[in-house]
Design a protein around this ligand. Sequence first.
Ligand SMILES: [Zn+2]
Length: 474
Amino acid sequence: MKKVFFTLLLVLLVSTMFFAQGPKYVFYFIGDGMAVTQSNAAQLLQSSLTDAETPKLNMYKFPVQGMTTTHAANAFITDSAAAGTALASGYKTNSGVIGLDSTLSNVLESISERVHNMGWKVGIISTVSIGHATPAAFYAHQPSRSSYYEISRQLAESGFAFFGGGDVRYPNGKKGNQENIYDYARENGYQVIQTQEDYEAFDPKNPGSEKVWIINEDVDGGSAMLYSVDNAPAFDVEDITRTAIDYLDNEKGFFLMVEAGKIDWACHANDAAGSIGDTIAFDNAISAAMEFYRENPEDTLIVVTGDHQTGGLTIGFAGTKYASDPSLIAYQNGSQDAFTAKLSNMKDNGELNSFEDDLLPVVEEFFGLYKTSANAENEALLLSALEENKLRAAFEAYVNGTENTDESYLLYGGYNPIAITATHILNNKAGLGWTTYSHTGVPVVTYAMGNGQEMFSGYYDNTDIAKYLFALVK
Ligand SMILES: [Zn+2]
C-alpha cells in the first residue's frame, strides 16, 4: 500500500513538473456566432441522418467544458470586434474596436503577438475575409473594424508566419488609390498565393518562404469563402488548417487561430442549413488539431469557443410543439444566400412573374417545400395554408417592392423576402426557431483538450480565456 502511495506521489510530482512547462503548440478555434444551439443543431442533424450510433461532434469529445460570458465593455450584446479583442487580449473593449481599449488610447497585446515575440510561429485562418473583426483582433489595432485597408496593412506588418482563408476587402483602399495590399505583403516578405492551382502546387513542408498568405480562389461579394453547403471547388477550412499545421510545425512552438466566420453570417440570415454546414466543416477542421494533439499530447493545447451567439437560434418552435424533425433541414439544397442569388437572376431575366408557376417550383426544388407535387418525398414538407400565405406575401413584397417598416423588418430583416420566408418555413417545420437577425447575449461553450485543459472548466468570461492562455504559454 505504501509503495502504491509513493508511486502515485511520484507520478503526480513528475506530471506537475512536466505540465508546469505549459503547451508549446496552441490551437484556438473560434466559431463566430456559435453557442450551444448552433453546435447542437449540427449534432442533431448529423445524428438524425444516420442509423449508426449517434456520431458526436469532435468538439463534444473534449474532456473539459466551460460556460463563457461574452458582453462588450459598453453593451450586454457584443459585436465580433469587442469579442475578438477580449478573446485575443484578455481585455474588454467597446463594440467596433479592434485591439485597443475603450478609450482608444491603449494598445492591447494579443496572445498571438505575445507568442510571436517569444519566437513561436503564428498562423491566422478565417473563412470570412482575413481582415474581418475576429481575425483582425489577433494582429491589428484599429479604432474601427471597418478600416479594412489599414487592418490589411497591419496584417502585412505583423510578421506572422501564416495567413489563410478568405480574401481582403478593398485591396487598393476604399477609393482604390492606395498601394496594392498584395504588393505590400510581398514587400514585407510574404509569398502570396491567390489561385487554387498555386495552392495545390504549394508544399507546406517545403515552402521556400518564411511567411505565406494563402487566399481562397472562390470568394463571395464580402471576400469570404463560400458556404460549405454551396460546395465550392477550392480548399475548405479543414484543408487550410492541415496546410497551416504542416507549415507551422517546428520545435520552438506555434499558435494557430482558426475562425469559422460564416456560422455567424448564416445565423444573421436565420439559415440553419448554412449554419449547420459551416459548423460541421469547422468541426472537421478541429479533427486536424486533434490528430496533431495525439502525436504531441504533452505539448499541445486545443481551445474551441464561440465569440457570441447569433440569431437566437433555438431548438423548439411553437408550430411544432414537442415534435421537431431536424433531418428536414437536409432538404435545403444550398445556402439561403445562393437561393437569393437565384431569385435575383430570375427577376432580372423576367422569369419571376407568377407565384404559382414561377416561384413554387423553385421553392420545391431548393427547399423541398411543396403545395401540390407529383414527386413530393415527405408529407412534413407540404406547405400549410398559413405558410403558403406567408410565402405569397413575400413574393408580392419582392416583386412589387416593399416599404421598410417595423413589420417588414421583423418579417424579413432586410434580407430577400422570399428567401428568408422559405428558410423560416423549413426551419420551423424542422422545429428550429429564431428570435433576431442580430447577436444575442447568451453565454457560449468553451471546450479544451491537452496541456492546461483544467483551467477551462467552470463559468468564466471571454477575457479569462486569453488570460489563461497568457498564463500557460509564459
Ligand atoms: Zn462574431
